[in-house]
Design a protein around this ligand. Structure first.
Ligand code: THU
Length: 160
């Protein structure tokens, strides 16, 4: 037996204002997307905004369905739209914000496992890390420099 230790790195910012202006703008796009979420079942709204290297910003929000598993998270709505609309563009950053109708979310909420898997596909495809910024409705913002910090031991094309 040989132990294997895997380390992930994150940065914690006390508020959105502590981040560069371009990221503040990207997060504001995520806020706007979040407020357009269709989440009548969970009442948990999520918005994602993706900055591409062609200077386009793609946004998405969670889209729920009466048949619950047919719904889709905000991050996947956004990344698949980005991939569909600009297949040759590189993804630079993704900003994510959540808001619950039931309680005030003041701590950063990271993307779910399925979204991490969807996002890492694009990081591997472009061979360049994607920075992830995530937060609640207000408060601290967390940053990962790569999807792989959120998803160590990645399953990707090399696993096939
Ligand atoms: N949700 C997202 O949009 N992104 C995540 O990373 C986690 C969960 C959505 C799915 C569902 O509409 C609601 O949040 C509650 O799980």
């Amino acid at each position: 037996m040989k132990p294997l230790k895997i380390t992930s790195n994150f940065e914690v910012f006390e508020s959105l204002e502590a981040l560069p202006e371009a990221i503040q703008e990207l997060m504001k796009n995520a806020f706007e997307a979040r407020d357009k979420a269709y989440a009548p079942y969970s009442q948990f709204n999520v918005g994602a905004a993706i900055a591409l290297d062609n200077n386009e910003t793609i946004t998405g929000s969670n889209q729920e369905n009466a048949s619950y598993p047919s719904g889709l998270c905000a991050e996947r709505t956004a990344i698949y739209y980005a991939g569909a609309k600009y297949p040759d563009a590189r993804v630079k950053d993704i900003a994510i914000s959540v808001r619950s109708v039931k309680h005030r979310v003041e701590t950063p909420v990271p993307p779910c496992g399925a979204c991490r898997q969807a996002l890492v596909e694009y990081e591997v495809k472009q061979n360049e890390a994607i920075a992830v910024y995530f937060m609640g409705e207000t408060g601290q913002v967390m940053k990962a420099n790569s999807i792989k910090d959120l998803l160590p031991l990645v399953f990707d094309k090399d696993s096939l």
